[in-house]
Design a protein around this ligand. Structure first.
Ligand code: SAM
Length: 221
């Protein structure tokens, strides 16, 4: 089953020792959970979605792929937060929703997390760093021509210090063409934000530093 560079990155970042129970939150087609079992990344898997239709679709796909797993109707981790989950993915949703789902859950304080925001990445990084979560690794990928970030996250209980540019670009800044493509996307939104700040007569210092950093990254590839 071909699942694309975005979910392939999520699978790479989900590998951890003693991975007994994986939870795919916002599972939709359940491709991630199905591949986790087929590739023996975890011993068992469950899928959770807030809507019935995606759960039906996921069930059908699991049957077709010969994968035995359970499905739950759940807002984030709410219906499964007492299960002994060792790893979980929350992929393909907005950064604000992912932050809410992670911060409301108890399981997220012990499980290895893989988070893949489609928007508001800066909001998600801030929420994680302010609330004791550590971004261990960030992989930047291009899938169907679009750049994405995929984060491997673990709770440490200690908040992380950051600056404005860290929120938008992360702290790792790999020198890859995928990261350059991500920077181009961030650059475009930063240029628009700068126009708004200038129109309001505000201070453009922080956004100017971000623009400069993005330009350096995009021209190095
Ligand atoms: C765009 S799909 C992403 C599917 C898959 N995770 C991926 O990355 O390809 C988003 C899914 O999240 C589900 N969803 C949205 N809000 C949710 C929530 N609060 N809790 C659980 N699932 C949610 C939607 O019903 C939808 O099936």
């Amino acid at each position: 089953m071909s699942i694309g560079a975005r979910l392939e990155a999520a699978l790479r970042l989900l590998k951890t020792e003693n991975n007994l129970l994986f939870a795919d939150i916002g599972s939709d087609h359940a491709f991630l959970a199905i591949e986790v079992i087929k590739r023996s990344i975890a011993a068992s898997a469950i899928a959770a979605d807030i809507n019935e239709m995606p759960l039906l679709k996921g069930r059908e796909n699991a049957v077709m792929q010969g994968v035995d797993m359970k499905f739950f109707l759940s807002d984030g981790f709410k219906a499964i937060d007492t299960l002994p989950i060792t790893s979980a993915a929350v992929c393909g949703m907005g950064g604000e929703l992912i932050a809410r789902i992670v911060l409301e859950s108890n399981v997220c304080k012990s499980a290895l997390l893989v988070l893949q925001p489609m928007s508001a990445q800066e909001f998600l990084r801030k929420a994680l760093w302010d609330n004791g979560f550590c971004i261990i690794k960030e992989e930047f990928v291009i899938d169907a021509g679009k750049p994405y970030t995929v984060m491997q996250v673990k709770y440490s209980g200690k908040s992380t210090e950051y600056c404005y540019t860290d929120l938008y670009l992360g702290k790792q800044m790999p020198q890859t063409k995928e990261f350059a493509a991500y920077c181009e996307k961030i650059l475009n939104s930063a240029l628009k934000r700068r126009q708004g700040i200038t129109a309001r007569g505000g201070d453009t210092g922080e956004v100017d530093r971000l623009i400069e950093l993005c330009q350096t990254q995009t021209t190095s590839f």
